[in-house]
Design a protein around this ligand. Structure first.
Ligand code: IVH
Length: 677
């Protein structure tokens, strides 16, 4: 190939690759396989090595520049147009007030009433990108809105940022956009950081900000950052679009990724409905959003409305219920579960997250605590998502003062002082007689999912145990009622009603009773399947003792060798048999399966659904009903479970006040599969 042809090939290769990028990042289409793209990239690099003087700034090889010297700082750059922010609104009433203000300010302008373009409010980091004659020449961070930092090299490495505009380029273009790390990329980045012994980021926004601060653009390129362009700040050389819709479609034509969701509405009702739609999407999208933005579409009206010091009068952000807040970690308590598992629970300075006051949050396990390096006294990020149980994501390192105390994971059980076993994700107290385990076993035994003994919740169990009235499961049936009636906060009447509940539990359905025993691996469905084959407790005990016990159990649908082993060891353990014997002596006689109605294993359980679920409400309802459960619309004391999705609202509060067990969708799936949530 002669030099001229070679150069032509070089230039068209760059154009082709820009087309592939455009198709991928803007149109969401993958035009060629990754391997082919890599092959073209290698080819391009080979040409550039041979002819370094040909290298063009829009060549994809130029996305990742060389690192800045260590210790250097990004240049400070003044924004030609200040990067102002948005007025945050939290209710539809506030949007109505905003709309009224817009109408009032436009009063007398005549002509078109305002239209609003609704877009997601991306929860990332904003940046300003400047193009001269179609080429990206500079990118600047927001900074304080007036002056930012020159982060061009890093922005070039962000997926979807056009290095050269497509089509007829204007003389000058400055755009504003949001840089985001997809949640999937964030998860793998954190997994990698943890693997390397580094601290993970608390959320994708922090990860994005941290990445853009790097002096070396090559890790930036590897972290999968993306951009959405949402405003045009300056335009020279071509006529300015007269509407925001026009501006966005021009940006898309020039090659910028723009929001896939954009809706034009004429007032607050439309904004509210877009908000509801996006909030419902929030849990399933790969990009974080924290609200929606409504912007006056007509440029002429924007000009009339103008801006205040820090926010425009022509736009507002209607926020979603927050899912994260920061607060102080006051203490860490180690809880002992019914299987002996130790879990750390954070005690927090109470903080309102999306309408619910959060005082406690999970820290998951020992490994997680080490990974996030959280210390008592830290200001921490707390997240309350559809998952209901709030979690501590990590400390805000910038707020660390130096007097925070690292937490020492106990070597002994906080309740019985037995040396703990296990490490990392599962640490447990191996002592089956541990009083804490006994309490939690009792709690499970009496819970709504099991024997449904109203009034025998965590508080009562802890109190009775402290007073020596309760220890193993059987002691529930031989309670000293005079002593109960004499307890603080109790009396003859409440003791009587609890006694009645316990009497009823003595003849609980056999599958329910089996599930209540809390044998590892035995959820409600497995319990039911087992009870169909073993019609009495005694029958099951005898089977467990027999030489072919494993075969007998694994013959039951859903029972594998592990569950069989669990059953065998439970029924061969003398202590367990003693407890069962004592129960029998106290009159406990589970109702055999023949007496059961024909319903499924969720029979007798009442569910209420709230918030946004991944599957549709009707699908969830059907599944519950197929399993024999009932679904009602209102939470009451009779409700067994509240299934809370994203943004659960008032039913969650009601459930909490009624003491109804709240579970998430994942736990519901477990229940439907017959496992313990
Ligand atoms: S427009 C003058 N549109 O929100 C109006 N901003 O609080 C400038 N943001 O700093 C902003 N998504 O980081 C606009 N669709 C969107 C946005 C958006 C996210 C961020 C942006 C800005 C902040 C304003």
């Amino acid at each position: 190939m002669n030099q001229l042809d070679e150069k032509d090939t070089y230039i068209s290769l760059i154009r082709d690759m820009a087309d592939f990028d455009y198709a991928y990042y803007v149109l969401g289409q993958s035009k060629i396989p990754d391997a082919e793209y890599d092959r073209l990239f290698t080819k391009l690099k080979a040409v550039e090595e041979k002819h370094p003087d040909w290298i063009r700034p829009d060549s994809p090889t130029q996305r990742v520049g060389s690192p800045l010297p260590e210790g250097s700082k990004f240049d400070r750059v003044e924004h030609a147009v200040p990067m102002i922010s948005l007025e945050s609104l939290f209710s539809v009433e506030e949007v109505e007030a905003f709309h009224t203000r817009v109408l009032k300010a436009l009063d007398g302008e005549g002509g078109d009433p305002p239209r609003y373009v609704c877009e997601p409010k991306w929860d990332g980091v904003s940046a300003s990108l400047i193009y001269e004659k179609g080429l990206l020449v500079r990118a600047v961070s927001r900074g304080d809105g007036a002056v930012g930092e020159e982060i061009t090299a890093n922005i070039r490495a962000v997926g979807g940022v056009p290095l050269r505009l497509r089509g007829d380029a204007p003389l000058l273009l400055e755009i504003r956009g949001e840089i985001l790390m997809p949640i999937s990329a964030f998860d793998s980045l954190n997994a990698q950081l943890i693997g390397e012994g580094e601290k993970p980021f608390a959320n994708p926004r922090n990860a994005t900000a941290g990445t853009l601060k790097r002096l070396d653009p090559s890790p930036v390129a590897k972290r999968g950052l993306r951009i959405f362009a949402y405003e045009m700040a300056r335009l020279e050389g071509v006529p300015e679009p007269s509407t925001h819709q026009g501006a966005i479609s021009a940006l898309a034509d020039w090659g910028f990724p723009v929001s896939p969701w954009l809706e034009v509405v004429d007032g607050p009702v439309g904004v509210e409905s877009f908000h509801a739609n996006m909030e419902a999407r929030r849990g399933t999208e790969d990009f974080e959003m924290d609200g929606v933005v409504a912007k006056v579409d007509q440029k002429s009206l924007r000009d009339v409305l103008g801006s205040r010091a820090r926010t425009p009068r022509w736009a507002c952000a209607l926020k979603f219920a927050p899912r994260e807040e920061i607060t102080r970690l006051l203490d860490i308590e180690i809880q002992v579960g019914r299987t002996g598992r130790l879990t750390p629970r954070a005690h927090l300075e109470p903080v309102n997250i999306g309408g619910v006051v959060v005082k406690h949050a999970t820290l998951h396990n020992e490994r997680n605590m080490r990974d996030i390096d959280v210390r008592i006294g830290d200001v921490v990020v707390v997240r309350r998502a559809g998952d209901v149980i709030p979690q501590v994501l990590g400390p805000v390192l910038e707020r660390r003062e130096g007097n925070e105390k690292p937490f020492c994971w106990p070597q002994t059980c906080p309740t019985c002082s037995a040396a703990v076993a296990g490490k990392g994700e599962i640490v447990f107290c191996p002592n089956v007689d541990c009083p804490a385990q006994a309490r939690r076993r009792l709690q499970h035994f009496a819970s709504r999912g099991a024997l449904r003994i109203e009034g025998m919740g965590e508080k009562a169990i802890d109190l009775f145990s402290e007073k020596g009235l309760l220890s193993s499961l059987d002691t529930l049936f031989t309670l000293d009622w005079d002593a109960v009636a004499a307890l603080d906060g109790w009396g003859v009447k409440s003791a009587e009603s609890l006694k009645e509940q316990i009497e009823m539990a003595k003849t609980a359905e056999w599958p329910r009773f089996l599930f209540a025993l809390g044998i590892p691996g035995i959820g409600p469905e497995t319990a039911r399947a087992l009870c169909l084959s073993f019609s009495t407790l005694d029958g099951m005990r005898i089977a467990a003792d027999a030489g072919n016990a494993e075969d007998a159990f694994t013959a039951v649908e859903g029972v594998g060798p592990e569950v069989a082993a669990s059953l065998i060891s439970f029924f061969r353990e003398k202590r367990n048999l003693d407890v069962l014997k004592k129960m029998e002596a106290a009159g406990v006689k589970p109702r055999p399966i023949e007496a059961l109605a024909s319903g499924g294993y969720l029979e007798g359980f009442t569910f209420v659904l709230t918030g946004t679920l991944a599957k549709s409400r009707s699908a969830a309802k059907e599944e519950i009903e197929n399993a024999g459960g009932k679904v009602t619309g209102t939470v009451s004391k009779k409700t067994s479970f509240l299934v809370a999705g994203d943004n659960p609202g008032s039913k969650l509060k009601k459930a909490q006040t009624c003491g109804v067990e709240v579970i998430n969708e994942k736990s519901l799936s477990l229940l439907l599969r017959g496992e313990t949530p």
